[in-house]
Ligand binder design. Structure first.
Ligand SMILES: *Cc1c(COP(=O)(O)O)cnc(C)c1O
Length: 503
């Protein structure tokens, strides 16, 4: 629907063309000396024609990117209920600390003696993560959750190989995040899916039935992707250990249990922690992630490099696979990891303290259960209460309305909300996974509840068009996501002058 204005803008919501559509090729934003075209510096490979970069002035460029940034929905603008992602408020103190020049301007190749403070951040963060997980070793360098999974499974593979028994199979619940089977496959394992039971937990009998001498590990998410605590986790750990396998825990949902449960006490051998979820950071738009991995005693010798160790009152890095790190799987990436993320996460931990971190888990779980209690009669809930930090709805309440989960999500956009995570986990029909986090006030939760009730009523009342036409009020209507993925337009071709003249 084109707005009825001469400019294409709607009030202060400004329409924004592509940068290439804005430009005029004969303009330039800067004064440069005329190039010396006779200077044959590239041995005849010099450009003979303009390369077609947009010609824009600085204010034009600034406006373009500011307008685009204003179209971005963010946690700083409104509640962001994406399940699984833990979109929580990012305290500004983290940003201030991460920008301190001693951290932000340090170079990874500086001599150790000049970066003792930065190394202390790594060491202290490692200490907090070991304490929180109750596990003896931690590797900081993995760059995100999925990278942490890779790190953990590489260590598991190295541990089995060291015993002369590399093994072939990894058990993964059907409800797992897609990164779990992808990681196991990348490490050369065959993924053996394990079904869930009617309580939304992993089926313990199915786990036991699948065990065998060729099983290297199980990858279990706890709380799982349905927002439920795996209440037979101790039995799962015992079962996998009984055949000499390892217990990998996907720790992306640590926000629900931080300070309340130590994964090491549950028998976990390796677990990644998404610092950008539990310990906050502006993520989700391609912002930085960080996925440290905690290891149990048997896996600790295989942890990646580099590692920070105390040498008297100095800190030093182990960067070679020798001596105490002879069995390490080696490096996973350049340098030490996402330093800006380490300072943010440590600032978050230290400003909350141990009691504050525990309260985060409690409040996150309380928020999700508040949504559940207020909405269970309006939406439909596949598994009975209580939930952990995220609440899962399915599409039963939409049965016979002609409205799908996708339509419902798009209608939320018209109401000024980013939709929750939809159609994940795959094992629940029309899933709507909603994670309010601890950082929303009751008033904010009540607004979301009122909106979801309003939409549920509207769908049940037969106002189907309200949904199938949604979003009606956003700058763009519903895009064809399949076409965008199958026929991506990666190159902008300027319209030919003839077509231009024809309009
Ligand atoms: C977010 C998430 C991951 C992947 O983490 P990234 O940091 O995005 O790579 C894995 N598993 C679960 C359950 C998650 O929620």
């Amino acid at each position: 629907m084109k707005p009825d204005t001469s400019t294409g803008h709607r009030g202060l919501e400004l329409e924004e063309p592509l940068l290439f559509e804005l430009d005029s090729r004969d303009h330039s934003g800067v004064d440069l000396p005329e190039p010396d075209l006779s200077n044959n510096r590239l041995g005849g490979l010099e450009r003979t024609a303009p390369i077609g970069l947009p010609g824009l002035s600085e204010p034009e460029v600034v406006r373009h990117f500011v307008r685009l940034s204003q179209k971005n929905y963010s946690i700083d603008g409104n509640l962001y209920p994406l399940g699984s992602c833990t979109m929580k408020h990012n305290p500004r103190i983290n940003e201030k600390i991460a920008r301190m020049s001693g951290f932000a301007d340090a170079h990874p190749l500086q001599p150790e003696s000049t970066v003792q403070g930065a190394l202390e951040v790594l060491d202290t963060l490692g200490h907090w993560l070991r304490t929180i997980t109750g596990m003896p070793a931690v590797a900081l360098s993995p760059s995100a959750g999925a990278h942490g999974e890779l790190c953990g499974l590489m260590a598991i593979r190295a541990a089995h190989t060291a015993k002369g028994d590399p093994r072939a199979r990894v058990l993964v619940p059907e409800s797992a995040h897609g990164t779990n089977p992808a990681t196991a496959t990348l490490c050369g394992y065959k993924v053996d899916p394990v079904p869930g039971n009617d309580r939304g937990r992993i089926d313990l009998d199915a786990v036991k039935a699948k065990l065998g001498g060729d099983v290297a590990a199980i990858m279990l998410t706890n709380p799982n992707t349905l927002g439920l605590f795996e209440d037979e986790v101790l039995e799962v750990a015992e079962a996998i250990h009984s055949i000499g396998g390892y217990f990998y825990c996907d720790g992306a949902n640590l926000n629900a249990i931080v300070g309340r449960v130590r994964p090491g006490d549950l028998g976990v051998d390796a677990m990644h922690i998404n610092l950008h979820k539990t310990f906050s950071t502006p993520h989700g738009g391609g912002g930085p992630g960080s996925g440290p991995v905690a290891f149990s005693e048997p896996l600790a010798p295989f942890a990646p490099l580099p590692q920070v160790v105390k040498d008297g009152d100095k800190l030093r890095l182990i960067e070679e696979k020798t001596g105490e790190a002879a069995n390490s799987i080696g490096r996973l990436r350049s340098f030490h990891g996402q330093m800006g993320m380490f300072t943010r996460a440590l600032a978050f931990m230290m400003s909350h303290g141990a009691d504050g971190l525990r309260q985060i888990a409690e409040d996150a779980v309380l928020s999700a259960n508040y949504l559940l209690s207020q909405l269970q009669d309006d939406l439909s809930v596949p598994y009975p209460a209580p939930c952990m930090h995220e609440v899962l709805f399915d599409d039963k309440f939409l049965e016979g309305t002609g409205v799908t989960t996708l339509d419902f999500a798009k209608a939320m956009i018209d109401e000024g909300y980013h939709p929750m995570t939809v159609y994940f986990p795959l094992v629940v029909h029309g899933a709507m996974l909603t994670e309010p986090t601890e950082s929303e006030s009751k008033a904010s939760l009540d607004n979301l509840i009122a909106t979801l009730k309003f939409l549920a009523d509207k769908a049940k009342a037969g106002d189907t068009e309200h949904f199938t036409e949604a979003p009606r009020l956003a700058p763009r209507r519903r895009v064809n996501e399949a076409a965008a993925a199958r026929n991506p337009v990666l190159r902008w071709t300027p319209p030919s002058p003839v077509a231009d003249a024809a309009g």
